[in-house]
Design a protein around this ligand. Structure first.
Ligand code: PLP
Length: 460
């Protein structure tokens, strides 16, 4: 216990902070005094088991000692140096990602560090459009790629799009080829439960085996002219959209982007660094992307950090380009110290393999819930990322109907997820909300079986 005056904290918080995901009237203060492993601890000592890992961020667990010690050591030597200078931490963080994690793959060329996932996607868009000297980009329904201008134009989730992107001609950045006014086209998402093309999985392949949603995307790109399209951007598992693709979808998208000669940008902001039981989610599918974006688990979020890895060809091209765009905090030495310690800890503790094993137990326990409760619909996921849709009946009728932009007019108090969250909270378990019908479970990579049981019991 500390001698913090929590009444004052609440007063200042309510008076001065602009709210997120709630109006001021809806907002309920949940004061957190400290954090530990998979737990958030309230000022009265109540321990909340965090089943959404604070936005799927804290892969190596809250208040990880190795990361904290590394940060303290880094502070003994550094305040701040910007990206034009070299700190040992930045170079080592790059080496860890490029050699120790991605070393066996043939594609990776170079990396640029940034501070957030949105910024990583902005950077990827900038590079892709510059490299291809083409303006347009393909995204998908239900995508979430962040909230900044470029990233939000890729995002298809209610409330997150800034609404001033896409065809805005003022996006032209003089002197930078490929950065003129582009358009973002929206491809169907591989949502087999509620297929946007009204197909049924199993009868939606053509004679070559291509899925109808891939063929649709291919035609979309062919119709606008692939020579206008710089890249297609995809999450592998759609996080905010809670959509897990059928197994052939990702390899087919990779093949299609190669055939049409457009870049494939994979957003691993939520899924990177072991969350799905591989270092990166794309590695489940035996494919290699052209650009990968990352954040969250990169530093386990003790200090914000993001990054973009580009393929060898793009790296060679960028090496010839005087890139006069910088983010002040790119490669911040203290953040880089956190990244190094985070990755080293994951390697030493073999956490990625552990998350894969844990995934089997999560699945088993979630399927038990599905057997028991008609409201528990499809269970999808891997490692320590699981999505469970809550449904009205055996036909998987949704409680709240969502359109292709994940939009609805429902009152949040009627969301199944919020009703369950309130009940689980009484049992000391915190569940992330936002997607009205879907439980989106995320934990640290080494959550214990006891804590999984506690979570499942609360959900039960
Ligand atoms: N991309 C994905 C897949 C995400 O889940 C998120 C955040 O949740 C982002 C991008 C944006 O990252 P940030 O909030 O760090 O800007």
């Amino acid at each position: 216990m500390t001698n913090i005056d929590w009444k004052k904290v609440e007063e200042w918080d309510n008076k001065y902070i602009l709210r997120t995901f709630a109006t001021q009237d809806e907002y309920q203060t949940v004061p957190i005094e400290s954090t530990e492993g998979d737990y958030l601890i309230m000022p009265d000592g109540t321990r909340l088991l965090d089943l959404f890992n604070q936005l799927y961020c804290v892969n190596t667990g809250q208040k990880n000692k190795k990361i904290n010690d590394a940060i303290k050591d880094a502070l003994d030597r550094y305040g701040f140096v910007w990206d034009a200078y070299t700190s040992d931490y930045k170079a080592k963080a790059a080496k860890l990602i490029m050699e120790d994690i991605l070393g066996e793959e043939s594609w990776p060329g170079k990396i640029r560090f940034v501070s957030t996932g949105s910024e990583a996607n902005e950077t990827a868009l900038f590079i892709a459009r510059l490299f291809k000297n083409r303006p347009n980009v393909i995204t998908r329904e239900h995508a979430y790629h962040g909230w900044t201008r470029g990233a939000s134009s890729l995002t298809r989730v209610k409330g997150t799009r800034s609404g001033i992107t896409e065809t805005d001609p003022n996006t032209e950045q003089r002197h930078v080829p490929g950065q003129q006014d582009g358009v973002v086209a929206v491809a169907p998402s591989p949502n087999c439960l509620r297929c946007p093309l009204s197909h049924k999985y199993g009868s939606c392949h053509d004679e070559t085996g291509e899925l109808a949603c891939v063929t649709y995307t291919r035609r979309m790109i062919e119709n606008q002219g692939p020579e206008q399209v710089a890249a297609m951007v995809t999450e592998i598992t759609q996080g905010a959209g809670s959509i897990h693709p059928p197994k052939e979808y990702i390899p087919q998208i990779r093949k299609m982007t190669k055939e049409l000669d457009i870049l494939w940008i994979v957003d691993e902001v939520l899924t990177g660094f072991g969350r799905t039981g591989e270092w990166f989610n794309y590695q489940h599918y035996g494919v290699e992307p052209d650009i990968v974006t990352m954040a969250k688990g990169l530093s386990s979020s003790t200090i914000p950090a993001g990054a973009v890895v580009v393929n060898k060809e793009i790296a060679e091209f960028m090496d010839q380009f005087r890139w006069e765009t910088v983010s002040t905090y790119s490669g911040h030495p203290i953040a880089m110290a956190a990244v190094c310690a985070n990755i080293e800890y994951m390697i030493e503790e073999n956490l990625v393999a552990k998350a894969k094993e844990t995934g089997k137990y999560f699945k088993k326990r979630l399927l038990e819930l599905q057997d028991k409760h008609p409201t528990v619909g499809p269970v999808n996921g891997a490692g320590v990322l699981w999505m469970v849709e809550l449904v009205k009946d055996a036909k998987n009728t949704p409680f709240i109907k969502l359109d292709r932009n994940t939009t609805h007019e429902a009152d949040p108090s009627t969301f199944p997820i919020n009703i369950i969250n309130a009940k689980a909270l009484e049992k000391g378990v915190l569940i992330g909300g936002f997607v009205p019908n879907t439980l989106r479970i995320g934990t640290s990579l080494d959550i214990s079986k006891e804590d999984i049981d506690k979570a499942i019991d609360a959900l039960d």
